[in-house]
Design a protein around this ligand. Structure first.
Ligand SMILES: Cc1cc2nc3c(=O)[nH]c(=O)nc-3n(C[C@H](O)[C@H](O)[C@H](O)COP(=O)(O)OP(=O)(O)OC[C@H]3O[C@@H](n4cnc5c(N)ncnc54)[C@H](O)[C@@H]3O)c2cc1C
Length: 532
């Protein structure tokens, strides 16, 4: 039920089988399109196309579609990257449905790169044994995918998009979700609006902004995991956070990204002295798994030797044409990547953990489905294989649509009237002093390198911040809840695996070779024990 007594305006109930989707990134829009012609309302914190990691994706989507490639090879790479805890059944399902979802995206108008014969051009990324990444103009995949989907959504009369609606709470009756409460005007409005719904699909993206250095947009602040956990949903693997090794280190928040594809194309990592340090750490050097490269870069930065991505030889003069997004970010900061190495640092990039879902995207709460980065399907295990996340978003969003259709078999054709009053303004969500403190604490204690003592301190500090801010401040409560789940699961996992590295237990341990399943109740109990 709503957590405070402030006025809530009910959205006029149309008497239709409404489906509410939270989030206008790839997962949310793809699910809405797959549900057409059923009436769907998409609530998005920012205008669609903005405030979503999907639009920023540079590499592309992984799919086993080339002649030499097979589902088994893609699965083997996914399992190897996942460090022992991938749910193989779920991963196989995702991989085998990948090519069909790529064909769907082509049908929606995504201009994936093709060769002269018109075949899809597939490129290779770190830890992939085959060329299997479909891209658009080098590093423009996310932008091009989102542009095509947004245009299709705009042409689909059964989809209503409410922009600037920040969802704060899921309305629950027992273990059943019956709607959501959102705050319009990019979360600035004094009045909240209730949206009753037969089905709610959570597609609110990642957690990057719970940390100080991240590649994620401001809207990725873990609200979805927090909201779901606060009504009792089971959360899986929250401790597994992926740090991108090569965020461009020019003091920008969020930090721009130097795509993995650059290393795939032969760029090297060097320190100030010009030493190629990854060759000391892993046989695959720059193409080692992300966590290994992130720790390598982190160590150089921590030791004051600096870390740089040198693309001058491998990419050189082709940089502006092959990687226009990265080129623009560098040039804005006065670095010409054609002739100069790019300063880099690790940044929070992707959350492997999230709301536990099954193969149809159902959460542990009736009436609530989830897709995309907010979920934990188990396909990534402890570490995501590059370009598998967009794939996961489309595959499970489509499965959710099928599942919901099965439950509401009679589509009611409906055209939303042109909605008035939705905000097109791009307003950035603000960081409160408490959030800034939370972000600092998370980076210091739940970052690239963690310790049991640091995590204990972090959990106590989060509880103190919650008390200071008051549990009634819903938006902060959602963020603090997600942070607490990450910290608690990281504290309990006394080993190192995938994206989770504990310098006090640096090796994987057989006893921990399993996924984590945790509720907010569990996290609160552990926090109370640590306080006592
Ligand atoms: C820089 C960058 C590059 C990447 N490159 C790749 C790549 O090449 N390949 C790959 O597979 N993956 C890549 N990823 C990861 C991938 O982009 C994401 O995992 C994926 O796009 C997530 O899609 P999503 O729909 O779940 O979330 P998003 O695209 O982040 O969308 C989330 C949506 O929810 C909205 N939202 C959030 N909170 C609320 C709220 N409380 N109320 C209402 N709306 C809310 C947001 O505004 C947004 O509309 C990259 C990520 C980043 C940051």
């Amino acid at each position: 039920m709503p957590s405070n007594t402030e006025s809530i305006r009910p959205q006029s109930w149309q008497g239709i089988d409404d489906i509410v989707i939270i989030g206008g990134g790839l997962a949310g829009l793809f699910c809405a399109l797959k549900l057409a012609p059923r009436p769907v309302t998409v609530l998005a914190a920012a205008p669609i196309g903005f405030g979503a990691s999907s639009a920023w994706a540079q590499g592309g989507i992984a799919a086993a579609m080339s002649e030499g490639d097979t589902f088994d090879k893609h699965l083997a790479d996914t399992v190897a990257a996942g460090a022992g805890t991938v749910d193989e059944k779920m991963a196989r399902l995702m991989i085998s449905e990948g090519p069909d979802r790529i064909r769907d995206l082509l049908a929606y108008g995504v201009p994936f790169d093709r060769d002269l014969e018109g075949q899809l051009l597939l490129s290779r990324e770190a830890a992939h044994s085959e060329r299997r990444i479909v891209r658009v103009k080098g590093d423009r995949a996310g932008k091009a995918i989102m542009e095509a989907l947004i245009a299709t959504v705009r042409r689909t009369p059964s989809i209503r998009v409410m922009q600037g609606y920040v969802v704060e709470e899921l309305i629950s009756e027992g273990r059943f979700v019956s709607g959501v409460i959102a705050r319009p005007d990019a979360g600035q409005s004094k009045t909240r609006v209730a949206f009753p719904a037969r089905a709610v699909v959570l597609c609110s993206g990642g957690v990057g902004h719970l940390y100080q250095v991240t590649t994620n947009p401001t809207e990725a602040r873990g609200a979805g995991v927090g909201m779901a956990a606060r009504i009792g949903a089971v959360i899986a693997d929250p401790e597994f956070v992926q740090f991108h090794p090569t965020a461009i280190d020019i003091g920008r928040d969020p930090a721009p990204l130097a795509t993995e594809a650059l290393r795939g194309d032969g760029a090297t990592l060097v320190n100030t002295a010009g030493h190629r340090f990854m060759t000391d750490l892993h046989p695959d050097a720059e193409l080692a798994p992300r966590d290994v490269v992130a720790r390598g870069v982190f160590a150089e930065v921590q030791a004051g030797r600096g870390a740089f991505l040198d693309c001058t030889k491998a990419v050189g003069a082709h940089f502006p044409e092959l990687f226009p997004t990265v080129y623009a970010s560098c040039m804005e900061a006065g670095i010409d990547p054609v002739t100069q190495p790019i300063p880099v640092a690790p940044a929070v990039h992707y959350h492997m953990g999230g709301v536990l879902v099954d193969a149809d995207g159902r959460t542990s709460i009736d009436g609530l489905w989830a897709a995309g980065e907010v979920t934990s399907t188990g396909v990534h295990g402890a570490n995501r294989l590059a370009s598998n996340s967009l794939l996961e978003a489309v595959v499970f969003a489509a499965r959710i649509a099928e599942n919901i259709k099965g439950m509401m078999p009679e589509p009611r054709l409906y055209e939303w009237p042109k909605s008035a009053g939705e905000s097109d303004d791009l307003v950035t969500l603000e960081d409160s002093p408490q959030l800034m403190k939370l972000r600092r604490l998370m980076s210091a204690n739940a970052g690239v390198i963690r310790t049991g003592e640091g995590l204990k301190t972090l959990i106590r500090e989060i509880v103190a911040l919650e008390e200071e801010r008051g549990r009634t401040r819903v938006r902060f409560a959602n963020m603090a809840t997600t942070a607490k789940l990450i910290a608690t699961a990281a504290y309990l996992r006394e080993e190192s695996r995938g994206g989770h590295y504990r310098s006090d237990c640096p090796e994987p341990r057989e006893a921990f070779r399993h996924r984590t399943f945790i509720t907010l109740k569990d996290a609160d109990r552990i926090a109370a024990e640590l306080a006592g």
